[in-house]
Write a protein that binds this ligand. Sequence first.
Ligand SMILES: [Zn+2]
Length: 627
Amino acid sequence: MRRVMRKVMRKDMRNDMRNVMPTMNWILLALLALTMTAAAQQPASAPQNPQPASAAQADPTPAQPSAAPSSQAPSAQAPVALAPPTTMDQVVDRVIMREKDLIKFLAPRTPIVETYLQNLTQDKQLGPVPQDDHYFLGRMDLSESIDRSDYLQDKDKNKDEGMEKRLLGGLTKRFKFQYQPLGFSWMIFVDRNDFDRQHYDFHYSRREFLGDVRCLVFDLTPKKDAGRGRFLGRIWVEDQDFSIVRLNGTYAHPSRNSYYFHMDSWRLNLVPGYWVPSYIYSEEGDFTAGAHNTIAFKAQTRMWGYNLKTGTANDELTNIRVDSVKDDTPTAQDATPLAAEREWQQQAEDNVIERLERAGLLAPEGDVDKILQTVVNNLEITNNIELPRPVRTRVLTTSPLETFSVGNTIVVSRGLIDVLPDEGSLAMVLSHELAHIVLGHNLGSQYAFNDRMLFSDEATYQNFGFKHIPEEETAADKKAIEMLKASPYAQKLETAGLFIKALQQRAPQLSALLQAHLGNNITENGTVTRMAALATSSPALDWNKLDQIAALPLGGRVKLNPWDDKVEIVKAQPVAITSARDKMPFEVTPFYPRLSRYSNANTAAATTAAAPASTTTTANANPTPAN
Ligand SMILES: [Zn+2]
């Protein structure tokens, strides 16, 4: 097994970073040797003498063959359409072939993988609630084995002892239980090397629709002597090309000191002919009465950035901007010192935004930005704010709740937009950053030098930081509240205050979700500091009041296209909340994307539906822009 951590960061950068962000609590990453035997093996050759599958021979009736998928793929060549299989055995052969095709197709890619995990404890009123949490973010190299390098720095590397203790936490010693980031990313393929009839029995179960896609369902069991770490569970196979679109199960025969998670792994048809691994939900634990829990957690793993270019120094140099100083007005000759300063700031801002986007950490400009932009405009107009440069907004693709501004660009994380209950609370979040801009707490213009953009994607967090000193934070909060009170949101701040209260109640258990990586934390030592004054004028938090929605679960608002990183607002029918347990503020929920086939006309929008099953919002919890 290869070492999975790559040292990508320059040491001086690291030291700089420590000075800039002494309080940064780097998340510990467990990168221990894997026990998953299959990972270490070389890819197997194709099966030579396929044994008859134990699948039912009756009723295979595979669907009509698909027309060859569109050839205008975004940098992907669709596979050639083959004659439809006529027996279930042939279907199984096709499934195996398609899985191997997918592994080959993804081999040159290095998607971003994010795992967010909440350990659970039983609350008498609310059921299982988060006890503490973990966060992992890295790039996965799918070329030979599944390999990954991490964005987050391991503070205590070489201290396996301490690491193990910390990760084991309060768990019993019966399971030597580690959250290995790779353990979660592992679950994207059925079996990286040995997915064939020699290692597995296929049992055809039935047909079933997942979203718009008709699927054949197979139960998979590893053969008796197939070895450790084999998939055990169910696969859903779409009935045109016979690609696997969903896997649900676990891996069989763990060794004595390892443990495999249960997982539900979904793929989306984001490019013609290929279903790309996109979401994995994992869960362990039993909370029925009297059950004795040794392990209880819920985790969401998301993959995106499949189409990111692996940057080289040469690529980066071609990105130096040259389009800035074209002025046709006859009187303009040279920039005044102030104009030059602004130009310089703009340069720094553009550099950073472009670099973050290229690292897969910032979504391309899109519809979600328009919603954020509308709220910012409302604040600006009602407060007579006129700035020399327009304020823009962008979405950070990650889950931890954070905001920051880069020059005049306000950045809000996907996870934060997800959990905000309404437009008033979105205004609260944006007003703080707008206040920084209005007060001139500007980005250090050091980023106007392009050499400062030359670092590996994995080192983004070490090279960028947009934190403010505490005095600026206080001043921004004060200014933000002034602006809110003069805005259309003045009458809508009760829910924003409730959001702060809900966050306060959960903050001590959610330190990983609340750990900002580029901006300021919104809590300090488990206490909400950002905009905390708004909590005082809000009603009491009451979980049993079903019409009081203070915060939403993760994943309920923003969906991220794993192929092109575009984000859009989830279009889900609100589901009525029937008990306090349905609220699940800040919590991880299962994924239940509505699957559909790739189509050119309807590109990303239709194919990335990925709202968790429980998008428990009420009708008024929609951040649609006010007019
Ligand atoms: Zn701030």
